[in-house]
Design a protein around this ligand. Sequence first.
Ligand SMILES: C[S@@+](CC[C@H](N)C(=O)[O-])C[C@H]1O[C@@H](n2cnc3c(N)ncnc32)[C@H](O)[C@@H]1O
Length: 426
Amino acid sequence: MTESHRRRRSLTHVGGAIETAGDSADAKALAYALEVPASLGTDFGEPLGKTSGPTEPDTDYARAHVHGFHTYPARMHPLTAARLGEAFCPPGGRILDPFCGSGTVLVEAMIQGKTALGVDLNPLAVLLASLKTLARTPESLEALLTEAKDCAAFADQRRKARAKPTRRYPREDALLFEPHVLMELDSLRGAIHERRKSPQGPDLALILSSILVKCSNRIGDTSTNTTPRKLAPGFPSKLFVKKTQEWLARLAEFAALLPSEKHPESKILLGDATKLPALPFHPVDAIVTSPPYAATYDYIEHHAMRIRWLGMDAGPFQRGELGSRSAYQRIDPRAAKRIWTRELGQFLTSAAPLLPKNGALVMVIADSSVGEIPLRAEEIVAATARECGFFPSARASQPRPHFHGPGLIAFRDKPRAEHAIALRKN
Ligand SMILES: C[S@@+](CC[C@H](N)C(=O)[O-])C[C@H]1O[C@@H](n2cnc3c(N)ncnc32)[C@H](O)[C@@H]1O
């Protein structure tokens, strides 16, 4: 990355000035992608107690159409995803996101008429991204609403009959839900389980997942703090139907944004980005992604309740999750930096053969810290890329300061930043 192009731009984003370096065309595109005006929404969570129904359109672009249906930690801003896709993948091209999470990059690529390929090791991410990007027919959507109403009616009937639970629940669930809420969710889960092989089964499971935190006493997805919540009998079933209607409305909004000729192709695979599985399309035109930030999140922990309720196998994710905070906190900070560098290298090595010469791999990634040691993403990525078949072309960086904890010490000399980095295949 040549420092001669270094420049500063003052922007209106809440994050402040964006600094760029490297190839000027790539750097300009990266800076534009990071420059998301606050008016276009920076709320990536789902406010508790609020369910936007079909009659409540979302003005916040971060939560627009399918993006806002289900929470997912550390989502990329859709505008960032759209701008990166536009700049680094040619019209009609194929984009791969190997850490696709909730599918933001894929959804935005499809709006641009591109083929979208996603990989993630989290089975919940694969369900969510697959259902967001799936082509639908009016009949299948109608059938979904009917099935959801049937599941809710079944749960209602069992509630009124004071039926016993269909299975034993672990202590975590007894602590998370009021007894009557747990019973009603159990009935909904039972009805969905009966339909698991029907074409609507995956959607019904996703809708159940989308109401679990709201029905629990947890204050949010990324917090284990609880608050007592009194929910009326029948609330979970009503919310389930309301969320189904919301899902249908959001899918329709997304469908209306797609190029009219045909639903663009998409494929989402469960897999490890450090050993990428065989893709149905090869090569791809660009890789646009956001790997887990080292030692920042525990995706497995955030999703443990949902994964348990949906009966998913989290084993491979538990063993292969990159950068997990709890894993990094258990090891010596210097070893953590070595592991992070090695894992990033494994990912880049497995991604390189998928791109043509000069093809772009663009990632959004933030600095992080382990103990008091900073892990400066742009330095680690640039050094690792050179050993894995790429050359660092450009970056744009925006401050994301830490004001507390060991991070305060780690970043005392140079503030923590979030980066959009473009690598080009050798
Ligand atoms: C920063 S998030 C991506 C969020 C995504 N851009 C979005 O907008 O929703 C990082 C993702 O990496 C996934 N992940 C962690 N370890 C992985 C691995 N070894 N292989 C593939 N995906 C992994 C996590 O499940 C998570 O979805």
